[in-house]
Design a protein around this ligand. Structure first.
Ligand code: HEM
Length: 534
């Protein structure tokens, strides 16, 4: 059985320094005799410019912060291994999903979305669940969340969404929570948020630990096998240790008493050998069945009901090693939905298409230029060669005179290879249409699945949702926004909205508002029923 699990460990070891017991030196290797006193004129005189040691030490310190991630700034990561359950070659060429028992090193970073790098972790928020697979064919990143859908349908609205979700710009309040006017103003003015807002008000948004939450790729991707046959695919992570949430009262208390609650749990459990495990599963829709459903499978505000499209398990991930250095590993890792391997491709999901631009773009500034792929945590375990050169922080010494493709001077410059030799070829989807800025009509059912989610919840969970709406909307100062929210969520469930209205001091939903019809029983959504509240 093939096992390349140690490849990433071995690679990182080459970059790990052993400072213990060594003489203290400057960055240029000069041994030092004194590290506590600046070089001054006399014992009581001014520090002199000549003090290269002081200047180097202080300059490095002055520059040691980098920008935090524009979203998902607060996070925590761990190393692990993914093991394939068996041959998935009928659906994908991806090598790491091949032979049973094949192992691939991984790094996972969990995060909150809205809060800054120092914010509390048990806030009401979506959680990020991003995985980098260091495969033999290059890095594959599955950049997911713990909620299977998203607030918006088109990436062009992401800056608007995040501007509304983040602390308000005039006073930087509130940090990492959704109890404010701009968030709810965005919700009531963008009805596509209805489904995700229901999940966001549920216990899913206050997980007990990173070990006990699900993960979802959210967007629709594509699997392609060696015969060129394609399936649309949704990715799921199922926690082997089960799913648990906090209740709001304890979440708030913990946020005050131990803002590091989730990272501490992850770190301590891994140190204790209680390794978090997650099974990777997929839902698959054959390419030919794209239009078989009563929702658009490219719409990221919709789930795919598991009764209709069952899960197929592909393997298990075990997180078994903490980082040695938070900055070098957790902070410097750069995930990107566009990091794929042969057999994994994209769909035209308009949210995914925009994400394909955003990640590298933001990392160029966050990680200081175009060479962040050379940082130890980001390096693939397979070789990489191309004609890219230079730029800030370049570490590789590329030999040779020719750094371009077709040429007559050097016949051994890096060359492309055929698909049969591992080259990546995009799925040749046939596309016809006019250039437009318009949403497909099929995206416009905003409420059916939101109601389905509500109906899937137990009475206790429904009570938690109502409490969450009341807490969050109760913090909204603009009464018109509270009222608009009550009216909007009366489309999901009138009785729910009436209770909320009463408790937050606005009038009952307008009589003209119609609650959306229930979906037929065949569309019941088992994915929603796994939650175990405590
Ligand atoms: C992080 C953009 C939607 C999951 C980020 C970052 C950006 C971004 C700019 C910061 C990356 C960095 O600094 O390294 C976007 C855009 C979206 C979008 C433009 C929609 C148009 C989503 C969705 C998901 C998601 C739908 C879940 C499926 C994540 C995660 C991270 C992240 C998990 C943190 C990665 C890490 O731990 O480093 N996103 N995002 N994003 N995004 Fe998105």
């Amino acid at each position: 059985m093939e096992n390349n699990n140690n490849k990433k460990v071995d690679q990182l070891k080459q970059f790990t320094t052993k400072d213990e017991g060594q003489p203290l030196t400057t960055n240029h290797g000069l041994k030092l005799t004194n590290d506590e006193h600046s070089l001054t004129i006399g014992e009581r005189g001014p520090t002199i410019m000549e003090d290269f040691h002081f200047r180097e030490k202080m300059t490095h310190f002055d520059h040691e912060r980098i920008p935090e991630r524009v979203v998902h700034a607060r996070g925590s990561g761990a190393h692990g291994v993914f093991e394939s359950y068996g041959d998935a070659s009928d659906i994908t060429m991806a090598h790491f999903l091949g032979e049973k028992g094949r192992q691939t090193p991984v790094f996972v970073r969990f995060s909150t979305v809205a809060g800054s790098r120092g914010s509390a972790e048990t806030v009401r928020d979506v959680r990020g669940f991003a995985t980098k697979f260091y495969t033999e064919e290059g890095n594959y990143d599955l950049v997911g969340n713990n909620i299977p859908i998203f607030f918006i349908q088109d990436a062009i609205k992401f800056p608007d969404l995040i501007h509304a979700v983040k602390p308000e710009p005039h006073n930087e309040i509130p940090q990492a929570q959704s109890a404010h006017d701009t968030f709810w103003d965005f919700v009531v003015n963008n009805e596509e948020t209805a489904h995700m807002t229901m999940w966001h008000m549920s216990d899913r948004a206050i997980p007990k630990s990173y070990r006990q939450m699900e993960g979802f790729g959210v967007n629709t991707f594509r699997f392609v096998n060696a015969n060129g046959e394609a399936h649309f695919v949704k990715f799921h992570w199922k926690p082997v240790q089960g799913m648990e949430s906090l209740v709001w009262d304890e979440a708030q208390k913990i946020a005050g008493k131990d803002p590091d609650f989730h990272r501490r749990d992850l770190f301590d459990q891994i140190e204790a050998g209680n390794y978090p495990e997650y099974e990777l599963a997929v839902q698959l829709i054959p390419q030919e069945e794209e239009f078989k459903f009563d929702f658009d499978i490219l719409d990221p505000t919709k789930i795919w009901p598991e009764e209709l499209i069952p899960l197929r398990k592909l393997g298990k991930m075990t997180l078994n090693r903490n980082v040695d250095n938070f900055f070098a590993e957790t902070e410097q890792i750069a995930f990107h939905v566009g990091h794929v391997v042969p057999g994994i491709d994209f769909s035209n999901d308009p949210l995914l298409q925009g994400r394909l631009f955003s990640y590298t773009d933001t990392q160029l500034i966050r990680l200081g230029g175009p060479n962040f792929h050379e940082l130890p945590i980001n390096r693939p375990v397979c070789p990489f060669h191309n004609n890219q050169r230079d730029g800030y922080g370049r570490m590789t010494i590329n030999k040779g005179r020719v750094a371009y493709g077709r040429n007559g001077l050097q016949n051994d410059t890096p060359h492309v290879v055929d698909q049969k030799d591992g080259g990546y070829a995009h799925y040749q989807e046939k596309i016809e249409g006019r250039k437009v800025r318009a949403r497909s009509v099929s995206f416009e059912d905003f409420y059916s699945q939101a109601r389905q989610f509500w109906l899937s919840q137990t009475p206790v969970e429904q009570e938690h949702i109502i409490d969450a709406f009341c807490f969050e909307l109760g913090k909204v100062e603009t009464i018109e926004i509270r009222k608009a929210a009550v009216d909007m969520f009366a489309r999901v469930d009138r009785a729910m909205a009436e209770q909320i209205a009463q408790r937050i001091g606005v009038s009952a939903p307008d009589a003209s508002i119609e609650q959306v019809a229930d979906l037929p029983p065949s569309d019941a959504v088992s994915i929603l029923k796994n939650q175990v509240p405590i």
